[in-house]
Design a binder for this molecule. Structure first.
Ligand SMILES: Cc1ncc(COP(=O)(O)O)c(C=O)c1O
Length: 388
């Protein structure tokens, strides 16, 4: 059996894969098992921050791997403290809980918010308001947080205590907050899986005002938007707000699984020994990789993200076959006249990998994709959309 046949036989059928077997990569180039070269504009869904098989990252990871791969959270280790210090210094958050994925980072945020509200106002203050069209993960609780029925069907009953406000509708948010005993408001600054839709600045400001006035926690889900992707280290920084809790994962580890829940001043001491935990959380190898990634997301790199973003937008806005371009930095959604799947296939045939978000094409290239490769890939993409 070949790889596709074995996958069909032995892997649970949860993914509709593209018909390519990826064998290796270097930077923003990936190679199929048949040797075909692709320019990668997907980075494993915003994970490979500096591309594939990045040498600096490999050195950091393998150096740690040669020392110790795991120790459990029964003992102190250095890599998680270095990463937590770096995250706190760059965000102003106070403490960090490490886990292994975005869903787990959000689970931790929800637990922190409920514990804080229970202690401050009473256990009945347990509702988390999230936004319609949001995506927060696949566990039963983060599915409940996800404001899209299509993900809920088949898995009911979900965790109770969630209500959904319409994105960019302040009145609806106020109503939902008033109708519930609310612990927190949770949101993505740019709804990624929902179609790469940035929240409007006035709406984000309103979230901050309501949260402040009512002593409700503000949770920014930066799983996809985080770690330089939008041109700032975290997307909330584009909006001038200070969340109480920031969650991230995906690009933080540069390709190794890690989730981080950053706790601000109000909630920094909400957890006590035994109230939360994770066997692999803070794994030294993943943390060493993340320290390397984070230390390299410099102002210069962020400027490069903005520059590449401007280039893509200027190429695609008003291009034939392109209806709209949404998003921030190197997290862009392109609505096209042709069906998105058709364009994805045409790009793939012509050596460019792009992915989907709802009915749009989603572009999530490496933060350091060489301009020449980006220009080549965008030319292929434009042609697939209907241009020359
Ligand atoms: C905004 C957001 N939150 C949470 C998640 C879940 O992350 P994970 O798949 O690592 O559990 C995702 C994944 O796409 C996401 O985009």
């Amino acid at each position: 059996m070949n790889v596709k046949e074995k996958d069909a036989k032995y892997i649970a059928d949860t993914y509709a894969r593209f018909p390519v077997v990826i064998k290796s990569g270097k930077g923003s180039l990936l190679y199929g098992e048949d040797g075909k070269e692709y320019i990668d504009l997907g980075t494993g869904i915003a994970v490979n921050t500096f591309g594939a098989a990045d040498s600096e990252w490999i050195n950091a990871v393998t150096a740690q791997l040669g020392k110790l791969q795991h120790s459990s959270n029964l003992y102190y280790i250095e890599p998680d403290t270095l990463l937590a210090e770096m995250l706190c210094e760059r965000t102003g958050m106070k403490k960090v809980f490490f886990s292994n994925s975005g869903a787990e980072a959000n689970e931790c945020a929800i637990k922190a918010a409920r514990k804080y509200a229970a202690e401050k106002k009473g256990a009945e203050y347990n509702t988390i308001i999230t936004l319609k069209n949001s995506f927060h993960g696949r566990t039963i609780t983060t599915l409940a947080a996800t404001g899209q029925d299509e993900f809920h069907n088949d898995f009911l009953p979900l965790t109770a205590g969630f209500d959904y406000a319409e994105a960019n509708n302040t009145e609806d948010l106020k109503e939902k907050v008033a109708a519930n005993k609310t612990a927190a408001i949770m949101f993505e600054c740019v709804q990624g899986e929902g179609g790469v839709l940035p929240l409007e600045p006035d709406f984000v400001k309103a979230i901050a005002e309501i949260a402040e006035r009512e002593d409700i926690l503000m949770i920014a889900d930066e799983v996809q938007t985080g770690n330089g992707r939008t041109g700032e280290l975290y997307a909330y920084m584009n909006y001038g707000i200070t969340p109480d809790i920031v969650t991230t994962a995906k690009g933080l580890g540069g390709g190794l699984p890690i989730g981080a829940t950053m706790l601000g001043e109000k909630v920094k001491d909400v957890f006590t020994p035994g109230t939360h935990g994770s066997t692999f959380g803070g794994n030294p190898v993943c943390c060493a990789g993340a320290v390397n990634i984070l230390s390299r997301i410099t102002d210069e790199v962020l400027e490069g993200v903005k520059e590449r973003s401007r280039f893509i937008k200027s190429e695609l806005e008003n291009a034939p076959g392109v209806k709209s371009v949404t998003g921030m930095g190197l997290m862009l959604g392109v609505e096209t006249e042709k069906n998105a799947s058709e364009i994805i296939n045409e790009c793939m045939n012509n050596g460019v990998l792009v992915i989907k978000a709802k009915n749009k094409i989603r572009l999530l290239p490496a933060l350091n994709i060489p301009m020449e490769q980006l220009a080549k890939a965008i030319a292929v993409f434009k042609k697939a959309c209907g241009g020359e």
